[in-house]
Ligand binder design. Structure first.
Ligand SMILES: [Cu+2]
Length: 194
């Protein structure tokens, strides 16, 4: 009986399914006003580093708004700007690399590759109330909180991290957490007025 127990224990300890190489962060965002729980960008500020693979993501102009309003990307990624509205829209920013991609009609698209990190207010010269935020990060690991304030970052190498938080209207202190392989590290993020 004792021998059987030892064998079972040995198998459990060496089972490859228990030897995941990466970990994750699962955080819950709170805010003074419930609707502000959404749209918090959580990202790795310092800690283990990882290679960023080139990627193209889309930002649409639809119903007279930019969609999505909050778009986190990694430095080196390309954003493809669409226009799904039956009116001409423009795409420009006064931040970072300061581009103006011009004004174009429905159905056409133009691209821009971001080579400098930072927050870009994405604007339209035709409609001055239109705005989105492209948050260009120096890490491959980031995510945006949903309506319930839930956000998770997966595929993190185990180690000690400092995480940053960006929000359009609110702020939160950077926080430290250690990530282990397998089970997620749980965190809470309290957004407060900047
Ligand atoms: Cu517009």
């Amino acid at each position: 009986m004792k021998l059987l127990l030892l064998v079972v224990l040995a198998v459990a300890l060496t089972c490859p399914a228990h030897a995941a190489e990466t970990g994750s962060l699962t955080a819950t965002v709170s805010a003074p006003i419930a609707k502000h729980k959404a749209g918090a960008v959580v990202f790795v500020k310092s800690g283990p580093t990882g290679a960023v693979a080139a990627k193209t993501v889309q930002l649409d102009q639809k119903g007279m708004v930019f969609l999505p309003r909050i778009l986190p990307i990694a430095k080196g990624w390309t954003v493809e700007f669409l226009n799904s509205d039956p009116v001409a829209h423009n795409v420009y920013t006064i931040d970072g690399e300061k581009y103006d991609l011009g004004t174009w009609p429905q159905g056409q698209k133009r691209k821009y590759t971001f080579s400098k990190s930072g927050v870009y207010r994405q604007l339209c010269k035709v409609h001055d109330d239109m705005i989105a935020y492209i948050v260009v990060l120096d890490t491959p690991w980031f995510a945006t909180s949903d309506k319930e304030g839930r956000v998770s970052l997966a595929g993190l190498p185990p180690g000690a991290y400092t995480f940053g938080v960006w929000h359009e209207k609110l702020g939160a202190a950077d926080f430290q957490a250690s990530i282990a392989a397998g089970a997620p590290t749980i965190a809470t993020i309290a957004l407060k007025p900047k």
